[in-house]
Ligand binder design. Structure first.
Ligand SMILES: Cc1cc2nc3c(=O)[nH]c(=O)nc-3n(C[C@H](O)[C@H](O)[C@H](O)COP(=O)(O)O)c2cc1C
Length: 151
C-alpha cells in the first residue's frame, strides 16, 4: 500500500532502536535517517513516516519532538511510532502520540520492545535487558512492519 517510507530514528544510547529500525526498514524498503538529517520539506515525498527512539525519562527522545514541533499541520499523513526501553509499555508513547495527533498525523501502528540499558547505577549490575533487542524482538519488529503494509 505504501510507495515510499521514511523512518526517522534517534538511537543515542546503544543503537538499540536503530537495530529495530533497520529490520523495519528492510521490510518497508524505507530510508532511515537521524532527526538531524530531517528537513520538513521531505515529508511530502513519503506516504508513511516512522518515528522511533529509545525512551528517556518516560518519553521518546527530545530530538523527535523538536522535529515534529517544526512541522506544519499534516493532512492525515500516515505515521507509526516505535521505541526500545527498559520497561516497554505503551504509555511511554503517549507524549509522542499526542504531538503527532496535534499535527494531524494518522497513527497506523506502534511497536515497542526491550532495549539494553546500563545507565547510572544499573552499570554496577552489568546493565539491564542484556542482549535486547534480541532475534525474537527483531522478528516481531519485522512482522509489525509487514502488517503495516497489509493495512
Ligand atoms: C538517560 C536515560 C534515561 C532512560 N529513561 C528510561 C525510562 O524512563 N524508561 C525506560 O523504560 N527506559 C529508560 N531508559 C532506557 C532506554 O530507553 C533503553 O536503553 C533504550 O533501549 C535505548 O535506546 P537506544 O539505544 O536506541 O538509544 C533510559 C536510558 C537512559 C540512558
Amino acid at each position: 500500500m505504501y510507495e515510499k517510507v521514511l523512518i526517522v530514528c534517534a538511537s543515542v544510547h546503544h543503537n538499540n532502536t536503530l537495530n529495530v529500525a533497520k529490520v523495519m526498514g528492510e521490510e518497508l524498503n524505507a530510508e532511515i535517517i537521524k532527526p538531524s538529517e530531517f528537513k520538513s520539506e521531505m515529508i511530502s515525498d513519503y506516504d508513511l513516516i516512522g518515528f522511533g527512539s529509545g525512551i528517556y525519562n518516560g518519553k521518546n527522545h527530545q530530538s523527535i519532538f523538536n522535529l515534529i514541533d517544526g512541522l506544519k499541520v499534516q493532512n492525515h499523513k500516515h505515521a507509526f511510532i516505535f521505541s526500545t526501553s527498559t520497561i516497554p509499555v505503551k504509555v511511554m508513547h503517549k507524549s509522542l502520540k499526542e504531538s503527532l495527533i496535534a499535527k494531524e498525523f494518522h497513527i497506523v501502528g506502534e511497536f515497542y520492545c526491550k532495549g539494553f540499558m546500563n545507565y547510572s547505577f544499573t552499570k554496577f549490575l552489568g546493565g539491564l535487558n542484556k542482549g535486547r533487542p534480541n532475534d525474537r524482538d527483531l522478528e516481531k519488529a519485522r512482522n509489525f512492519a509487514r502488517d503495516l503494509v497489509k493495512i
